[in-house]
Design a protein around this ligand. Sequence first.
Ligand code: UT7
Length: 332
Amino acid sequence: MITKIIGTGSCLPSHVVSNDDLSKIMDTSDEWISSRTGIRERHLAKEETTAFMASESAKRALKDAGVDAKEIDLIIVGTITGDYVTPSTACEVQAQLGADKAVAFDVNAACSGFMFGLHTAHMYLQSGIYKTALIIGAETLSKIMDWNDRSTCVLFGDGAGAVVIRSYTDEEANENGMGGTGGLLAFSQGSDGAKGIVLACRDRVNNNPLISNPIEQGYLSMDGQEVYKFAVSTVPASIHEALSLSGLKAEDIKYFVLHQANVRIIQSVAKRLKVSEDRFPVNLDHCGNISAASVPILLDEMNQKGMLSRGDKIVMSGFGAGLTWGTTVIEW
Ligand code: UT7
């Protein structure tokens, strides 16, 4: 049995905000943001909601896969910025797509949310419970930013990316010309809740009538240097582990599709893996950091550009708040 990604899609809000635009409303500059992060602009939602962007990316992924919404058994959305505490974004997507038979739920693993969702869906498919799943990363991060904190609000953007995955028995894979191998080959994931506070956003606080000192609602806060140190050490280790489980080596991998947080993190990971930066595609220059959505949006951009061919070995890796990290090795 193999699990294949058979379609990708993405959706970005129409409103684009450049570093120069930000420098008009806060004390920052294109020079500071681009030299420290590689980010030049990001899309920020005005009318678009998380569920709208998630559903649009899903529709595009379904079209790319040639799959009808009624065939979807499972919808998992990685998000920390749903429109409602409940219902989940995945349930909203199910309704918007008319995917009546799908089981739908969200995963809260921040920038690793898409990877954790993909791994979870893969397990359902491998156990034979479900055959076809939609995994989405979708965020409206601009609503949890502290717009008075220039050290965080310039880094993030909004958007959604989706993939359709399907399981194939060896017989089905042969019939479809896929051979008996390929698809999702191996994964590695982990969490370190003890360090959660370095990148955190409080949910609604309890301000019921029994509380004498009401607390203000929170926004995203980050110790950037701690997150940076965590990323450059944990991501290469996670990639090494996933590669070792897949029986592949770094030189066998065509592309490393990393969470788009900072180009300097990506360069450092490339150096530590002794792999050319050319094999690390980047879209953070025009998207910024979109947490759970960044890996599937980048994968969709690559797919739309025709960069992916059957048989290519690809690593995808997400990392961030929790702290959490997740890496998958796939054969396209
Ligand atoms: O999904 C995972 C999410 N997070 C990350 O991946 C973040 C990882 N960390 C980073 O990418 C970097 O730590 C940052 C890009 C966030 C910050 O870079 P840094 O080199 O660690 O800068 P810093 O926080 O040490 O700040 C340096 C200076 C400070 O001024 P002083 O104290 O040296 O005078 C800041 O106040 O830069 C100042 N600063 C800014 N200046 C202009 C902070 N933000 C800005 C800004 N514009 N937007």
